[in-house]
Design a protein around this ligand. Structure first.
Ligand code: SF4
Ligand code: SF4
Length: 287
């Protein structure tokens, strides 16, 4: 990818290719498998794959919503692919993963919003890969109780829904979502007995105090795990980077999130919502 804005020096990764990473890389290549990690050019791939963790995208590559930070295209989604859950479960098996994150596009075109597709993917991964954790990162399903119940019934180890930003800029950044509705999805998941997780992206126009307030709202809504990240503009068509958050601010927010009472926190310029997700889940489970 060509950098479109000058990045500060702390936005860099060390490319240390460990044995697990190299093994996984080979398996993905020979198996013709698809991961978000590779296809999005994620800078954390060396670390996550070394832990044998990876992320998959379901529902196609066209989303029915348009978020101003997201590199996924908005458009008419492809036909519904009922065989996708099986293929994802087989990829998890072939890659010998210890933990998998599954995310997808919003499918407002489908009658069930894609609830079956999300749930079935979790079920198939669990069936084919006993003991492998699944983190399911969902859109909001318009907070429809039946659709959420279908998704929750697949019992992912972690149910994630990303709030991403604060009320003052929310409408501009996520026009298809609502701040309170997103919080209500997390509340519903926690009430159903699931471990919940969310993400905040900094650098899209929020202030430090607003970020803290959003952390409080998330915790009060029943969110257990939190990742805090820096916005990187995917292309000139996307929202400009408002600011580069200093590493020290990520440390401060991490400390505040711990104080607020989150069970697990990952905070840093290169953190992604699925960054070392299994490790974060494992830490939280020990508490
Ligand atoms: Fe991207 Fe999700 Fe927003 Fe769709 S709903 S544009 S996939 S962030
Ligand atoms: Fe893959 Fe997520 Fe890790 Fe990036 S942060 S390498 S997308 S699991």
């Amino acid at each position: 990818a060509v950098p479109i804005e000058r990045k500060p020096e702390w936005i860099r990764t060390k490319a240390t290719m460990g044995p697990e990473y190299q093994d996984l890389k080979g398996l993905v290549k020979t198996g013709g498998l698809h991961t978000v990690c590779e296809e999005a050019g994620c800078p954390n791939i060396f670390e996550c794959w070394e832990d044998r963790e990876a992320t998959f995208l379901i529902g196609g590559d066209q989303c029915t919503r348009r978020c101003d930070f997201c590199q996924i295209d908005t458009g008419k989604p492809a036909a519904f692919d009922a065989d996708e859950p099986r293929r994802v479960a087989e990829s998890v098996q072939q890659m010998g993963l210890k933990y998998s994150t599954v995310t997808g596009v919003a499918r407002d075109d489908l009658e069930d919003g894609g609830a079956w597709l999300y749930a079935e993917t979790v079920r198939q991964i669990h069936t084919l890969n006993p003991g492998v954790g699944v983190e399911l990162l969902i859109p909001d399903f318009n907070a429809d109780p039946d659709q959420l119940a279908e998704v929750f019934s697949s019992r992912p180890e972690v149910l994630a829904h990303n709030l991403e930003t604060v009320p003052s800029v929310f409408k501009r950044i996520r026009p298809g979502f609502r701040y309170d509705r997103s919080l209500s999805v997390l509340t519903a998941a926690q009430e159903d007995g699931l471990v919940t997780k969310s993400n905040l992206i900094l650098g899209m126009g929020e202030t430090f105090d607003e970020a803290v307030e959003a952390l409080r709202d998330l915790h009060a809504a029943g969110c257990d795990l939190i990742t805090i990240t820096q916005y990187l503009r995917p292309s000139p068509r996307h929202h400009p980077v408002d600011r580069w958050v200093k590493p020290q601010e990520f440390v401060e927010l991490s400390d505040i999130a711990e104080e607020i009472g989150f069970l697990g926190v990952m905070s840093g310029p290169l953190v992604r919502s699925s960054y070392r997700a299994g490790r974060l889940w494992g830490q939280a489970m020990k508490r």
